[in-house]
Ligand binder design. Sequence first.
Ligand code: FEO
Length: 391
Amino acid sequence: MKKIVVSNKVHYLGTNDRKKSLFENNWPLPNGVSYNSYLIADQKCALIDTLEFGSKDDYLEEIENILEGRDLDYLVVNHMEPDHSSMIGWIIRKYPNVKIVANLKAFKMLDAFYGIPEESIFEVKDGDELNLGYHNLKFVLTPWVHWPETMMTYDTTDQVLFSCDAFGSFGTLDGGIFDDEINFSFYEDEMRRYYSNIVGKYSHMVQKAFAKLSGISIKMICPSHGPVWRTNPSKALELYDKWSRHDSDKGVVIVFASMYGNTEKMADYVARLIAEQGVKNIRVYDVSKTHVSFILNDIWKYKSVILGSSAYNAGMHPMMQHLCNELEVLNPKNKNYALFGSYSWSGGGLKSLVAFAEKMEWNQTAPPVELIGSPSEPKMEGFARIAKTII
Ligand code: FEO
């Protein structure tokens, strides 16, 4: 591979994973994902995070080529999730003198995952600095973005932020590595999907991280997934700020779970009524067909949500239950919502949706609609109110 220089003495050592189907064995990767690692070859040499094991067979060779016979002095561990840390053992075997730079919360994990004892770790605390010669690294502890031990590394010399998961994205880097080399419209969707699926639960901690970073000038952001922000890092900052404040766009996501098509007809009916109100951003999803990853992404994107389920074993449909479980865990806030359901004898689908929605503390705009059997115009009168109020 060609050497990719990020900035003065900073090399990009990332790779694309197009083989893995599910990130964390949970979230689909139709467009793959990149793992980014960075090597600073200064008077002292420091590797910033590693890669997922097996994702780049010539990783060690590339490090060796850049170091040109020199030793690796430091390995900075911003985050212990194995998509960034599972090459640590290989780095230590090749460079036995390397100092592992981490904060206290990573110690236990370094031992538990890789058998690295506490005494061989170079501990850094919030605000500590490490001089490499030209570059000067400052460590900013940003817990829960997205594990408790997470920190960011800020190069005070060139004002580069190595942010790990923050500002990262799903999607491989297909030739373009930097924000000025790519069509961002593709990555914006994948970046929000990464945010909503992986980081969103910890939005309040993202806001705390923002507060910490607010006083520093950031000329470049080097995340551990997705494009490197060398030209317009303020775009990444702006999007993350918006998503972590639960600010969303005008639009409606309608999600239904339907066994034989009656609940689906209700979804299409209300979607049409909403379109007649002049709303253009309307997405209708069959939760049994579309993976919740993509539905959650659109729910994070848009202000309004309508959920509908058939009754199933006296509760909601299991696929809708899965979505509701994820919503409860990831906890998107500030939503307008409405509900609907259908049943054949004793019901229970809508009732369990109502119980779910009460826990979410969203804003219900109109009473729910529930019908027995197949839909007909008179049975669906209640949708007019939902369509008028949901936006
Ligand atoms: Fe990309 Fe939390 O790992």
